[in-house]
Design a protein around this ligand. Structure first.
Ligand SMILES: C[S@@+](CC[C@H](N)C(=O)[O-])C[C@H]1O[C@@H](n2cnc3c(N)ncnc32)[C@H](O)[C@@H]1O
Length: 262
């Protein structure tokens, strides 16, 4: 475990410290994404931005797939490797540290590509989606689950708050996400968007991550609060300005976007 005093105080470094990543919609959204992508037994699936590896394990264990999972941060992959061992699916999973915008794979190798809450953090989203399309086989699907503006325009205070606290590059409305799939030559595009509620957000997160990992995250969060003055200062600075999070769930939801390669 990384020493708290050496910890970099950024969204992903903190998530990697407490061992918990997330996407809106939790397990329910993951299941729907997998189903819409037509992922089934024996398929080769690439998961982009695997974080701590909960979906990687789900694909290997429940869907009986062979999975290649990538993430740009080694610290995330370290957690994912631990989870894969704990769930005894090592023989079905490979990890690669790589950037979604430059995938280190040949053309046409995977049956399906999935990605959850990653594209919003990527500078050149179109380049990344073209990479997903390049490495998937003809007839295969590319699908992602992304934070989505379900009412536009979102208040500028909310956009600035999310950018500052999470490092997100840009959240798009559903048409924007759909356009990325269309511009990459995908067909049969399916779009589903959802609103969220605070309580269902927490419940879905626990179900997706598992109670044990969820509680470990909170334990580490609280010990940072107690032991790290720098973290306390960081938390104070992360406080939303007045009105920034008013009607949060009126504007921010998530969408599932899937297309097929010809
Ligand atoms: C919000 S987390 C979601 C992780 C996981 N998919 C989940 O649902 O819990 C985003 C993940 O994407 C990774 N990531 C961000 N930019 C990336 C990029 N350009 N290429 C690959 N992974 C990236 C981060 O390191 C992080 O693990």
């Amino acid at each position: 475990m990384e020493n708290a005093s050496e910890l970099k105080l950024s969204y992903f470094d903190l998530q990697a410290y407490w061992g918990g990543t997330k996407h809106l919609g939790g397990l329910k959204a993951t299941r729907e994404l997998i189903e819409l992508c037509g992922i089934g037994e024996g398929m080769w699936v690439l998961e982009v931005g695997c974080g701590v590896g909960a979906t990687t394990c789900y694909l290997a264990k429940k869907c009986k797939c062979k999975v290649v999972s990538i993430d740009v941060l080694k610290k995330m992959v370290d957690w994912a490797v631990r989870r894969v061992k704990r769930e005894k699916v090592q023989s079905k999973v490979e990890f690669v540290i790589a950037d979604a915008q430059n995938l280190p794979f040949r053309d046409n190798v995977f049956d399906s590509i999935i990605c959850e809450s990653v594209n919003a953090f990527i500078e050149d989203k179109q380049k990344a989606v073209k990479e997903y399309v390049r490495v998937v086989k003809a007839g295969g699907s590319v699908g992602f689950n992304e934070s989505t503006w379900i009412k536009t325009p979102p208040p500028i205070e909310l956009v600035e708050y999310l950018t500052r606290t999470t490092g997100v590059k840009e959240i798009l409305p559903s048409d924007g996400w759909k356009e990325l799939l269309k511009n990459s030559g995908l067909t049969n595009i399916v779009v589903k968007t959802y609103r969220m509620r605070a309580l269902s957000l927490i419940v879905s997160e626990i179900r997706w991550l598992g109670l044990r990992d969820y509680l470990r995250g909170w334990y580490r969060f609280l010990s940072l609060i107690i032991h790290s003055p720098a973290f306390r200062k960081y938390i104070r600075e992360m406080k939303p300005p007045k009105n920034a999070t008013k009607n949060y769930f009126k504007y921010l939801g998530y969408g599932i976007y899937v297309g097929k390669k010809r």
